[in-house]
Write a protein that binds this ligand. Structure first.
Ligand code: GAL
Length: 772
């Protein structure tokens, strides 16, 4: 039985001895957990704001007095907690990214327990990731749930199922207190069905098992019965094979395509409840990737649960960033964190390997050998890796991972893995690329946002072409808050394929187009004025279409195919549109060949300027003048006739996407003259459970064609009444044509309706949200 104690805590800055027995003063704030010690703006703040000593207090009754054993469980508090229950000192504990369990069986009373937690969120140089600099923020607070686990005298801490695609199931039981007279029993149930299997052996074979996979994340339910204890968990049957020639899931080779993710959110910091963790997993699955790296620490359990359910593979990692301390205390904690990481995450079907080096740290034979040994003690069934950024790094793990930032704007994506000097014979994985090499904001000019997308495409294409690479995981999913030493000075690293509010940039569609059916994103507003010299740039379409057709108004221009020349390897190369005249050119006086050359020359001019015309095209201009007696003005007029839409009533272009010669999507792009807001509410029902619930309300400004207006910064006021709260400010402006408003539920005793009003100067939107 688990008693969740997340609502109605008291909280204050600072700590006084008197709090231990008397609780917090009346002036203390009433808060719910998950909690951040401060609500920061989404950018421009200081990491010093949330560092300090804070006190949390909770009064509670024991809801399960008949169970003799009580474990107080903190799923995550940043960074250390000193815990007192009913006036007794239960010691100081390092949590950070890991749970802390404290046996309170002898202290807990039936009624009126007083739990006091002194939290220290200061960056402690003796605890990883601290000691030097870190390119991310940890924030501070009891930021994951708190509960009391009520257990019988003999109990199991956790059940680790090792389940293979051929139906083999090995169960490893980690006993809290063993009673040799009690024999554990197991029941395995099929989802949504009455079919079940009961057994007692720790090794069992399930006949005709339905395997777990990326496209079909089939999860069984395993119930472990140990005396009076019932543990219920999900199990996915799958076989992972890391080989030099690739990664295999259930015997089938899968090229890994992924993104790194930081678990932080605007305003919430790291204290985001389950629904937002699930939201992130769904967004990533929607980007069509098949693997996520939880850079650079252990994520919330609900994120891993969501990855299990969605079929999103996961690579986790011990906390840290580039730095390994020589101090023994730090090193011991690092090893302890590795053990805690494995114990926390080994039961997840989605987890394909452990990341057992501090991200991009120097080699440290002693530390990393020990950590690998610890992993194998706790989980001999899974492979390990460790993320490095230099090519002659020692190979101690099972998989050689390397961060390859060699993509720098040429046609180069990745270095050949054969240049990773000590990786011979090992399965190889690229764990980062891009990121700081080309920070890109959702409100940057089109050309930069397109180049950002193409850089991701170049890396991806090289990865698909390199047989000796298992895959690549790019930097990164979402823009994230960071320390003063990094990012764009506003405490944001603009490295995401989506912004900090989870709104996708063009780069996200490069990913989606590989695996998501009918992806179709036109990466341009086709407005010359947004480019230098008002030149029209080639238009990229990120799509899984066989081809697209371009129309000027209603008139067919040309057909374009995936650009296999520049991107020969990826499943769906971007489609490049670079002929804006095509079939619209009807000038009878020119021969076929002349017409083709004139079109080429005009397209070249439109994209590069007259001044840069190469000789080949100068010659065709000369033919116009000499053979067809065109004056310079007439040449210009002919050019304008085809290349300029200035003043035209219907200056819009249309692009239609086809598969098997059937149209599946089409959109127009042109001068934006009418606007609307698109509002997508994650959920109109918020359900309080173990913790409060939350939802993301996505707001986008679009034009009459459905294109996002990337430079829109409209002012938005948010007002709520009833049992919901806005996280962050009650007014903001759009950023890059959109934003997200985050709402959380308050505790209710019965279902209640809350109201949300989103007001722009021109119009307002009202919603009713049910809180249960
Ligand atoms: C890497 C590092 C990441 C992030 C990234 C930015 O070197 O591992 O944490 O800082 O650079 O591109």
């Amino acid at each position: 039985m688990e008693q969740h104690i997340n609502f109605a805590w008291k909280f204050t800055k600072g700590f006084e001895e008197s709090y231990i027995s008397n609780g917090l003063p009346k002036s203390a704030e009433l808060i719910d957990i998950p909690h951040s010690v401060t609500v920061e703006p989404y950018h421009y703040f200081s990491e010093n704001d949330y560092q300090g000593i804070f006190s949390y207090c909770k009064e509670f009754d024991d809801e399960n007095p008949s169970f003799p054993i009580k474990i107080l469980h903190f799923a995550g508090a940043m960074l250390t907690i000193h815990v007192y229950l009913n006036g007794l000192d239960l010691g100081e504990h390092i949590s950070g990214y890991f749970p802390v369990d404290i046996d309170i069986s002898r202290i807990i009373k039936k009624k009126g327990n007083l739990l006091l937690v002194k939290l220290d969120s200061r960056e402690n140089p003796l605890i990883p990731p601290f000691g030097k600099i870190v390119d991310y923020l940890t924030f501070g607070g009891i930021y994951r749930g708190v509960s009391i686990r009520a257990l019988p005298n003999a109990y199991i801490n956790d059940v680790y199922p090792v389940a293979y695609a051929d139906g083999r199931l090995i169960l490893r039981l980690n006993y809290g207190k063993l009673d040799p007279n009690i024999k554990p029993r197991f029941i395995l149930r099929e989802p949504n069905s009455l079919i079940k299997e009961e057994f007692i052996d720790l090794e069992h074979v399930v006949k005709d098992v339905h395997p777990w996979s990326i496209d079909d994340p089939y999860l069984y339910t395993l119930e472990t019965i140990y005396g009076e204890q019932h543990i219920v968990q999900n199990v996915g049957f799958r076989t992972l094979d890391w080989k030099e020639e690739g990664f295999f899931l259930n015997g089938k080779k899968v090229k890994l395509l992924g993104l790194n993710r930081h678990q932080t959110y605007p305003y919430f910091g790291a204290a985001a409840p389950k629904s937002l963790q699930e939201d992130d997993a769904k967004i990533l699955k929607g980007f069509g990737i098949n693997i996520v790296r939880t850079s650079h620490y252990a994520d919330d359990e609900s994120f891993l649960d969501a990855c299990d359910k969605l079929g999103l593979l996961l690579l986790d990692e011990i906390p840290g960033w580039q730095f390994v301390s020589t101090k023994q205390e730090w090193r011991d904690t690092c090893v302890d964190f590795a053990r805690r990481l494995v114990k926390k995450e080994r039961h997840h079907a989605c987890l394909v390997a452990y990341g057992l080096r501090i991200d991009e740290s120097p080699d440290d034979h002693e530390l990393y050998s020990l950590i690998n040994k610890v992993q194998k003690e706790e989980d001999p069934f899974r492979k390990s890796t460790g993320v490095r950024n230099f090519k002659d790094s020692e190979f101690l793990e099972d998989i050689y991972s390397y961060n390859d930032f060699s993509c720098a704007g040429t046609d180069h994506g990745l270095d050949k893995p054969s240049t990773w000097k000590k990786s011979k014979g090992a399965p190889k994985l690229v764990t980062e690329n891009n990121g700081h090499m080309f920070p890109t904001k959702s409100f940057d000019p089109t050309a930069r946002r397109v180049e950002h997308a193409l850089r991701h495409a170049r890396v991806m294409d090289d990865m698909y072409g390199l047989d000796d690479l298992t895959g690549e995981i790019s930097w990164c999913a979402f823009d994230y808050n960071t320390h003063k030493d990094f990012g764009s000075d506003d405490h944001i690293c603009y490295h995401g394929v989506a912004d900090i509010f989870r709104n996708p940039k063009y780069a996200a569609y490069v990913y989606a187009s590989q695996h998501i059916n009918n992806t179709f994103e036109i990466a341009s507003l086709m407005q010359g004025g947004d480019f230098n010299e008002a030149l029209m740039q080639p238009v990229y379409v990120f799509t899984d279409a066989d081809y697209v057709e371009l129309y000027k108004g209603e008139t067919f221009v040309a057909k374009f195919f995936p650009n296999k020349k520049d991107f020969p390897n990826m499943p769906h190369a971007p489609i490049k549109i670079d002929d804006f005249i095509g079939d619209t050119f009807v000038e009878k006086e020119f021969s076929k060949r002349e017409s083709r050359l004139i079109k080429e020359a005009f397209n070249f001019c439109a994209q590069n300027g007259f001044a840069r015309l190469p000789l080949k095209y100068k010659l065709i201009m000369a033919i116009l003048v000499l053979k067809h007696h065109y004056s310079t003005t007439q040449v210009q007029q002919l050019y304008s006739k085809y290349m300029s839409a200035w003043g035209e009533e219907n200056a819009a272009w249309s692009i239609k996407a086809y598969k098997d010669d059937k149209i599946f999507a089409s959109r127009s792009v042109g001068p934006s003259t009418e606007f609307h807001y698109e509002i997508n509410i994650g959920s109109l029902t918020l359900t309080n459970g173990a913790t409060y619930d939350a939802t993301r309300v996505q707001i986008l400004k679009k034009d009459q064609f459905g294109s996002i207006m990337p430079y829109a910064d409209d002012v938005l006021s948010i007002s709520v009444s009833g049992p919901i709260e806005v996280m962050g400010p009650n007014s903001c402006s759009l950023v890059g044509g959109g934003t997200s408003v985050y709402l959380r539920s308050k505790a209710v005793s019965k279902p209640e309706l809350a109201k949300l009003t989103l007001s722009f100067p021109t119009e307002a939107f009202d919603y009713e949200i049910l809180v249960k």
